[in-house]
Ligand binder design. Structure first.
Ligand code: NAP
Length: 271
């Protein structure tokens, strides 16, 4: 019998391998589920082994693997890079990411620096290893966010890291076009995952945010995979409301924009 994920996916592939970082929860896990339903074999990467084990056991198809690696460390990034280089990978989803909601000046430098290591440095290293061996038809999806275009004072390092990823992805999109390799900067808005809980150390879960602003990981990944099939846009913003929110910088002065985002972008203050 077909699973719900298989029934949802009209597009089928064969002999295609997808390498997904941050696959132990949220958007990354959903990418793994929907890609496996399309026929991809998966390498799922994250730190929490039990979660990865459970995921791989429930994926449809055969040959799926997981790799335990902390992408905030040199050793973890090396491990992931070697795993990527050791096989023919057709699709890399650079999804692992995190944030911290404490004020920048008040939080430990290591915590802020870890955002840069996981969100940007590891993403760059894996993108480089992937693109060196990529062939026509292959694709790279980097997880950015709408905060790339809406700098959010409650998350300075996170906002800056996602702006880096959006800019990096757009440049690579153009660079890779002649090679026939598609690069996407994926920009979801607020998505119902463990992200806010982790980023606030369990103090908020985003439940107080207006429901209309929240997308499910399923909806985000379905839009991303439709855009992957179309292979047109460098930046893919998921959700109509998120696309409308990106009109804010055109309507508001920069000063006003930052004041609004200081409230809307803070799960402890928002509504
Ligand atoms: N949720 C949102 O509102 C939202 C909006 C826009 C963009 N995004 C982006 O979407 C991506 C996925 O986030 P999510 O919402 O799905 O959050 P999530 O449920 O918290 O998932 C984050 C994933 O990243 C992994 N990760 C974190 N630190 C890691 C490290 N040091 N090494 C390896 N893996 C690590 C986690 O795995 P382990 O803990 O097992 O290592 C987990 O699988 C992130 O890049 C995030 O910035 C999220």
């Amino acid at each position: 019998m077909m699973s719900a994920h298989e029934q949802l996916s009209p597009h089928r592939v064969s002999d295609q391998h997808a390498f997904v970082t941050g696959a132990s929860s949220g958007i990354g896990k959903e990418f793994a589920l929907q890609l496996a339903a399309q026929g991809y074999t998966l390498t799922a990467v994250a730190r929490r082994e039990a979660r990865l084990q459970e995921l791989v056991s429930q994926l449809p198809g055969e040959g799926h693997q997981y790799l335990v690696a902390d992408l905030g460390t040199d050793a973890g990034v090396r491990l992931a890079k070697e795993a990527l280089q050791g096989k023919r990978v057709n699709l890399l989803i650079n999804n692992a990411g995190l944030s911290v909601f404490d004020p920048f000046f008040a939080s430990e430098l290591e915590a802020q620096s870890n955002i840069l290591s996981v969100n940007c440095a590891s993403l760059m290293t894996l993108a480089h290893a992937f693109l060196r061996q990529a062939e026509r038809g292959d694709a790279l999806i980097n997880l950015s966010s709408i905060v790339a275009f809406l700098p959010t004072p409650a998350q300075p390092m996170y906002s800056a890291s996602k702006a880096f990823i959006a800019s990096f992805s757009e440049c690579l999109w153009e660079e890779q076009r002649p090679r026939g390799v598609y690069v996407m900067g994926l920009c979801p808005g607020i998505t119902q995952t463990e992200f806010i809980t982790s980023a606030t150390g369990g103090e908020a879960d985003g439940q107080n945010l207006p429901k209309a602003l929240i997308q499910s990981p399923q909806a985000v990944v379905e839009e991303a995979l439709r855009a992957l099939q179309a292979r047109k846009k460098a930046i893919v913003v998921t959700g109509r409301i998120n696309r409308m929110m990106l009109l804010m910088p055109r309507i508001l002065t920069r000063h006003r924009l930052l004041k609004v985002l200081a409230v809307v972008g803070d799960p402890e203050k928002a509504l």
